[in-house]
Write a protein that binds this ligand. Structure first.
Ligand SMILES: Cc1ncc(COP(=O)(O)O)c(C=O)c1O
Length: 497
């Protein structure tokens, strides 16, 4: 982990052994002791750059980017990481702990994207790291069943009672892709309804009006997706029940599934309007269509039981299928699809819908997931209350600063995820999210980064707060935002019209 310099190690060993103890004869530090020193070394938080006072160097990151570009398209393995929507060069990460990322040049940042969601308990959360170490010692993969799969399934089901049976896969994309195939196989119907701005991974059938990276790049779907594949995907406006009713009227007994992010995160955060989720449940039930909640992003984040727990009182029944990812793997690649047993049993080997994976249920990933969910369940309501409070302080604090400067900002938050949209309009769907001033956001993003806060690099993404964020981080973020909003206010497009 974080490099422990000799001086700091000596200070700690002296404290453990007493003043006569010298560094040479000191026993090796335990992992907990090393962490304690690291905490002390970094407290109070010392940014490598003092607000606005000096330009920070990212020379090493720039070299790494140049090298990466020789081998990887755009130098990345996932497009939004390239910072094309906000400009500037992405820092290369060296290591991270708690609420902080450290780049290859030694600069440190308060992390507000949390590996795009999984880091709910902060980086390098010790029980998760320990579980991965132990599992790795037994061999990283067997390609055969292990007890850990049912261990994790039991924990998932405790959080999500609607998932009577489930299957582990290796990504959120796989989970959603397989859920759609299963829904089509189970119902024998071809059409799927999704919603503009919702992203369900990059499987062909779902890459239609898909928010997130797709929106960032202005790609209407993607090259390489045959029309014949996309033609069975109906993309409707989110938060618009009459549009769904009209689609059912147009394609009677032809719609296999309605899939949605119950709280949109991939167009920036957009909450469901009152009655919307229950309305979808009633319509799908009436038409014999499966309702799929894609909780890859919100699962375990909005509550231990995700959106299904948070909105329990307004659902009119759980979805038929749920997809999960991100947090459930504790930072390792895990996706899950699960739901009603009679639907899940349509999967091979019991049923006719084929689905498989060499690394599905991987023992390292299962171990990380078990450690993560165990910690979440132990943290209980108190953990989620704290997340809510910290996130509100950040989201509302910056909104207030923007208002003081006359900058038009709409901020949407649900639990520990939020988005600052640079628009005066309420954001309720993808069209209103798109009214944001993306150039103003880009300036804000760059300035925040220069002041030690790393936001998701697109206007169409959610920011994520972790349990490792506390008062100190809130203060650092507000301090950075004060300066960054200046960069926005100074421009003609970033101010209130
Ligand atoms: C709601 C949602 N579904 C599916 C996915 C795809 O997951 P993955 O990137 O693990 O393939 C994402 C990824 O961000 C997501 O946010």
């Amino acid at each position: 982990m974080w490099g422990l310099n000799d001086d700091a190690a000596f200070k700690l060993t002296s404290r453990i052994c007493g003043p006569s103890c010298d560094g040479q004869s000191a026993r090796r530090l335990t992992e907990d002791e090393r962490r304690q020193v690291v905490r002390e070394q970094r407290s109070p938080y010392r940014p490598a750059f003092i607000l606005g006072s000096m330009a920070i160097s990212r020379e090493r990151s720039a070299q790494l980017q140049t090298r990466a570009e020789r081998f990887l398209p755009g130098g990345v393995d996932s497009p939004v990481r390239a910072f094309r929507a906000v400009g500037g060069h992405p820092p290369f990460v060296d290591q991270a702990e708690g609420a902080y990322l450290q780049d290859a040049d030694g600069n440190r940042y308060v992390d507000l994207f949390g590996s795009w969601g999984p880091m709910l308990l902060g980086h390098a959360y010790p029980p998760v790291v320990q579980a991965i170490r132990e599992a790795a010692g037994k061999s990283p993969s067997f390609g055969a069943s292990t007890a850990a799969e049912a261990d994790l399934a039991e924990l998932v089901q405790r959080c999500y009672p609607s998932m009577e049976k489930m299957r582990f896969v290796s990504s959120g994309t796989e989970a959603c892709m397989s859920a759609i195939r299963l829904a089509r196989g189970f119902t024998g119907r071809p059409f799927v309804i999704k919603f503009e701005g919702c992203y369900h991974g990059h499987a062909d059938a779902l890459l239609v009006k898909a928010g997130s990276g797709v929106a960032t790049f202005g790609i209407p779907g993607s090259a390489g997706v045959p029309e014949q594949t996309a033609m069975h995907t109906l993309a409707l406006r989110y938060n618009d029940l009459p549009a769904v009713e009209a689609a059912f009227a147009l394609h009677p007994e032809q719609i296999a599934a309605v899939i949605l992010e119950p709280v949109v995160g991939n167009a920036g955060v957009i909450p469901p309007q009152p009655g919307y989720l229950a309305g979808l449940r009633r319509l799908t039930r009436r038409h014999g269509t499966l309702l799929i909640f894609d909780e890859v992003m919100v699962g375990f984040r909005l509550a231990a039981g995700g959106a299904q727990e948070r909105f329990a009182g307004e659902l009119d029944g759980p979805p038929d299928l749920t997809t999960l990812g991100k947090i459930v793997g504790g930072g390792l690649p895990v996706g899950v699809l699960g739901g009603r047993a009679e639907v899940m049993d349509y999967l091979a080997p019991l049923g006719p819908v084929y689905q498989a994976g060499t690394l599905s249920g991987n023992p390292l990933a299962m171990a990380a997931g078990v450690a993560m969910l165990t910690a979440l369940l132990a943290g209980g309501g108190e953990l989620y209350r704290r997340l809510e409070k910290t996130t509100a302080a950040i989201q509302e604090g910056v909104a207030l600063l923007a208002a003081e400067k006359g900058i038009a900002l709409t901020s949407n938050r649900v639990g520990s995820m939020f988005t600052w949209f640079f628009t005066p309009r309420p954001v309720q769907d993808f069209a209103s999210a798109s009214s944001s001033d993306a150039a103003a956001f880009a300036r804000f993003h760059r300035a925040m980064l220069e002041h030690g806060v790393w936001l998701p690099p697109s206007q169409y993404e959610a920011a994520f707060v972790s349990a490792a964020h506390g008062d100190q981080e809130v203060e650092l973020i507000l301090q950075a935002a004060r300066a960054a909003l200046q960069a926005v206010a100074g421009s003609p497009t970033g101010t209130t019209p």
